[in-house]
Design a protein around this ligand. Structure first.
Ligand SMILES: Cc1cc2nc3c(=O)[nH]c(=O)nc-3n(C[C@H](O)[C@H](O)[C@H](O)COP(=O)(O)O)c2cc1C
Length: 382
């Protein structure tokens, strides 16, 4: 049986499946449930020092179903970060680490553009025994007026400065979580890595408007008749997440034509994962760990067991013994469009030559047809 364990930035995980920041990691009770169901690690719901500014609304979710079925394929939320006080979180971080000392608990943190606040939150979380940080530079809604979340993550210069503050104070690994609401996701990732972050996590939700109700003419989700654009997640976003993870991995680790810029840093993939096969695709594109958020809201915590079995079956089929055996394997198959055209041209020419019995490679020579094959290669046979 395949070995699913992962060592990333010195953190030891029993498997690569990580609870992504959001409702599935929103208090000690559900985080404990995730560890009991053998999730590889948990990233808590994003916390900040002053939760009094966080006021959530209801309803705050809207779903997209596949036509004619109950299957949920897209999910929009207008939820903010945790509305629970930082002191309560400190207490819960300690209790979780006391109960699960060997399991990996990652604190997702977010602050305004204020050096003292970032340093304080880092130091206080570290004092509670958390194993790593994920910096939320990516929540697309609710916080731009305070220059938090994606508003910060879309500005590489600002990001480099803030990551510098965090890395000065942090004594444990730091991952920077990227927003997909940007043209070149490599730019903010590069800025975070340059400032010393150990890893990149991508993607957060995609800014979206789920729809307009054709009876009431009001956008969804509707709160007292009004709405705001929200964050889109679930399996519909997976192709976009795969593309962005591929771009990040190519920048960090390199491929046939591009020298990697940060080969010793880690990549945690997020976006629409619900099966072991989904996870395998992200790992093939360079991710060491794979996060799940909306999937848990739809299928529950037990899905970790199923996903481990599915990933293990994929690995057995290809005879991969460890996650490292296939991590990043498929990056080599991305190229330019011009190269695709050239490859197709070459393949056609080879096929035509083979059809005409023309030898184009030395391996094609055959003893019984040797003279005939030689004759076919002569250009001027008078
Ligand atoms: C309801 C909800 C709340 C979320 N809250 C947070 C959050 O507090 N911090 C954060 O970094 N990401 C948050 N996310 C984003 C997820 O962690 C994840 O990046 C995104 O949903 C894509 O992954 P998925 O398709 O597995 O959900 C939230 C997502 C949802 C659906």
């Amino acid at each position: 049986m395949a070995d699913l364990s992962v060592v990333v930035d010195g953190l030891k995980l029993p498997n690569p499946f990580v609870i992504g920041s959001g409702p599935p990691g929103t208090n000690a009770n559900v985080i404990g449930k995730a560890f009991d169901e053998n999730w590889g690690a948990v990233i808590c719901k994003t916390v900040s020092l002053d939760a009094s500014k966080v006021v959530n609304v209801a309803p705050r979710y809207a779903r997209m179903r596949a036509q004619g079925t109950k299957e949920v394929i897209g999910w929009q939320n207008i939820e903010l970060i945790s509305d629970r006080s930082f002191e309560v979180w400190e207490d819960e971080f300690k209790k979780i680490k006391d109960k699960y000392p060997d399991r990996i608990l990652i604190a997702s943190i977010m602050e305004e553009y204020n050096k003292d606040a970032w340093i304080e939150i880092v130091e206080r979380c570290q004092a509670c025994g958390v194993d790593a940080f994920e910096l939320n530079f990516s929540c697309p809604h609710g916080m731009p007026e305070r220059k938090m979340g994606a508003a910060m993550g879309q500005d590489p210069e600002l990001l480099e400065e803030v990551c510098g503050w965090v890395n000065q104070a942090a004594t444990i690994p730091v991952w920077a979580k990227m927003t997909p609401n940007i043209t070149h996701i490599e730019d903010p990732a590069r800025a975070s890595l340059k400032a010393g972050c150990q890893g990149i996590a991508a993607i957060n939700t995609i800014l979206s408007v789920m729809g307009v109700n054709l009876e009431t003419l009001r956008p969804e989700p509707t709160v007292e008749g009004y709405s705001v654009p929200g964050g889109y997640s679930c399996k519909a976003v997976r192709p976009i997440a795969l593309r962005m993870v591929m771009e990040l991995a190519t920048m960090m680790y390199g491929n046939e034509t591009h020298e990697g810029e940060y080969k010793d840093r880690s990549l945690s993939a997020i976006g629409g994962v619900e099966t072991g096969e989904d996870a395998a695709q992200f790992i093939l594109l360079g991710a060491s760990t794979v996060q799940v958020c909306t999937g848990v809201m739809i299928h529950g915590y037990k899905m970790a067991g199923r996903m481990c079995e599915e990933l293990s079956a994929f690995m057995d089929k290809h005879n991969f013994k460890t996650i490292e055996d296939f991590r990043g394997h498929s990056l080599q198959y991305f190229t330019t469009h011009a190269d695709l055209v050239q490859r197709q041209k070459n393949a056609k020419a080879e096929k035509k030559a083979a059809k005409e019995g023309m030898v184009t490679k030395d391996t094609a020579w055959e003893g019984d047809k040797f003279v005939e094959q030689s004759n076919k290669l002569v250009s001027n046979d008078d």
